[in-house]
Design a protein around this ligand. Structure first.
Ligand code: FAD
Length: 513
């Protein structure tokens, strides 16, 4: 072979121009690596899904006539890390060029930039051909340490790609239909929630390998993995979503329930793994969803706009924030939050029903939807002042779709405000009332959401006010936060005192809630 081309586990993009034609002088390297399986303690389903998708991708490449060197943990264990493996293969095959696609993670990108190969092997880096905003344009759209409003970024993307546009105007006359969306699920809505399309991918060999190599993981192993690991499964999931979930996607986007059999994914697409592993291209997802919208009376503009916003807007925006601010972003902690993560994040054993539900479900499925991540686990960590390093590690560990470029700005930025508002202009801090408004958890909870003090009071209530008070200097001048401060000031002094006391107690006993 003349050329060795590396395909990382989250670069399974069969439409990449590398694969347009076969070439007998090119060898593709797809490898399970200990460094990737252990840089954080991953959910076992996440490791299984990546390894299974890599195996299926290698097989598909071979079927298409490409030459592939596919290595499992058994084969790569003797190499210290990725550079050592690459050097050994370049030497073994006597190639004159090594090529890789630009990694999405800072960590891997640095590792490959620093790569030093023997025998004057030339090194090439090419684009992944996945994202809509070209990597080179990130610097024109995002500046380090400067807030860029998602809404304006999103409108630019709509214009640039002509998505849901009517000439220069947004289709329907409005850019944003958020206020038409976001209802709570009523009891009568529960029976209609579509059953999720799940797959049954046999990953027993992979689980055995994970065990054999002592890869430490969390979560429940699933020998018949439900996540899509091939492009055709991912496409089937996309069709299922458009047909059954898209009609009510926006409407119930923020809703949470503990009552339905399908409560774990509701009307969400569960496409994040397929997108992040690059089995699907974001424009393919948008195009298919819009096709369905054009041909179905069941899908209105508010629903499709809400969905497009997530992919064309949020996903691309988050990536921009990541690259414009790394590596400093990983150190940000402006609220100086330093408490350890409570033990129930690892087993779901807490009397707080919202939290127990979100954590238990995440351990079982490696999935929680956006509002569970943002307003249940994320909000709790924000209010309790948990160290963002620990919060980041937890999110990076547990979710099937967790890759640092997308996990970190969502966690450290959107939920923890550790970036001083680079992602969100105000912290997503909420008391129990929000959880009660958007879910049916509180009715079945040990704690009472209506009470603010006393042993039975929902911990989120006192913790919310404590958070607001301890950061008053920072937030009280923010016009979007003026109202809660006015409410606090109107409260009776004794009540305020009692609430802060209760919060102090809770903060000292976080592990026991
Ligand atoms: P849907 O609700 O069906 O949305 C469709 C798609 O839109 C998603 O698949 C995703 O690709 C995209 N999307 C929606 N919201 C966001 C967002 N805020 N940022 C980026 N893309 C978005 N997403 C990840 O892909 N990986 C992560 O590690 C991750 N960590 C998160 C951590 C926290 C604390 C929070 C609040 C959010 C995080 N998200 C992450 C964003 C979002 O919660 C998930 O993308 C979503 O829940 C995945 O489920 P879904 O495919 O059913 O999404």
């Amino acid at each position: 072979y003349k050329t060795l081309r590396l395909v990382l586990g989250d670069q399974l993009n069969a439409s990449h121009s590398w694969f347009k034609q076969t070439d007998d002088s090119v060898l593709y390297l797809v490898a399970e690596l200990n460094q990737e399986a252990t840089y954080v303690r991953h959910h076992v389903q996440k490791v299984s899904a990546f390894f299974a998708a890599m195996a299926a991708f290698s097989h598909a490449l071979e079927q298409a006539g490409h030459h592939v060197c596919y290595l499992t943990l058994d084969d790569t264990q003797r190499y210290q890390d990725l550079p050592a493996l690459i050097s050994a293969l370049c030497e073994h095959y006597q190639v004159n060029t090594f090529a890789y696609q630009r990694p999405d993670e800072y960590r891997l990108s640095q590792q490959l930039i620093a790569l030093n190969l023997p025998n004057k092997v030339a090194i090439q880096c090419v684009d992944t051909e996945h994202f809509l905003l070209p990597y080179e344009h990130i610097a024109t759209q995002f500046t380090a340490n400067k807030h860029r409003k998602m809404e304006y970024f999103y409108r630019d993307m709509r214009r640039q790609f002509g998505v849901l546009m009517d000439g220069d105007a947004p289709e329907g006359g409005r850019w944003n239909y958020d206020q038409d969306n976001r209802n709570k699920l009523k009891k009568s809505d529960l029976a209609a929630i579509p059953s999720p399309l799940v797959f049954s991918n046999d990953v027993r060999d992979i689980l055995a390998r994970i065990k054999r190599h002592n890869v430490a993981t969390i979560g429940e192993p699933a020998p018949d993995l439900l996540w899509p690991v091939t492009r055709s499964q991912a496409k089937a999931l996309l069709d299922h979503f458009c047909r059954h979930c898209l009609p009510l996607f926006g409407q119930f986007q923020d809703a949470m329930t503990g009552r339905s059999d399908h409560q774990w994914s509701l009307y969400h697409s569960r496409l994040s793994f397929a997108l992040n592993a690059k089995l699907l291209h974001p424009m393919q997802v948008i195009t298919v969803a819009i096709e369905y919208f054009r041909h179905s009376d069941a899908i209105n503009l508010a629903q499709i706009e809400g969905f497009v916003r997530q992919i064309l807007g949020w996903r691309e925006y988050i990536r921009g924030v990541y690259w414009a601010n790394m590596p400093a972003y990983a150190e940000k902690n402006v609220l100086e939050a330093n408490r350890p993560l409570p033990r129930y994040f690892w087993d779901g054993q807490t009397k707080m029903r919202c939290l127990s539900q979100a954590v238990t479900q995440s351990l079982q499925t490696a999935y929680a939807h956006h509002i569970q991540r943002l307003m249940v686990t994320g909000n709790f960590c924000l209010l309790a002042g948990i160290n963002p390093d620990a919060v980041d590690d937890w999110y990076l560990s547990i979710y099937i779709d967790a890759i640092e470029w997308v996990e970190m700005p969502n966690t450290r930025g959107m939920t923890q405000f550790a970036d001083n508002g680079l992602v969100g202009t105000k912290p997503y801090a909420a008391s129990g009332a929000y959880i009660n408004r958007m879910s049916d958890y509180c009715g079945d909870c040990h704690y009472s959401v209506k009470e603010k003090v006393g042993d039975n009071a929902c911990p989120l209530n006192a913790l919310y006010w404590h958070f607001m008070q301890r950061h008053r200097d920072r937030f009280s001048r923010n016009p979007r936060m003026a109202m809660p401060y006015r409410n606090w000031d109107k409260m009776d002094a004794a009540q305020r005192e009692a609430m802060l006391e209760r919060a102090d107690y809770l903060l000292a006993h976080l592990d026991n809630l």
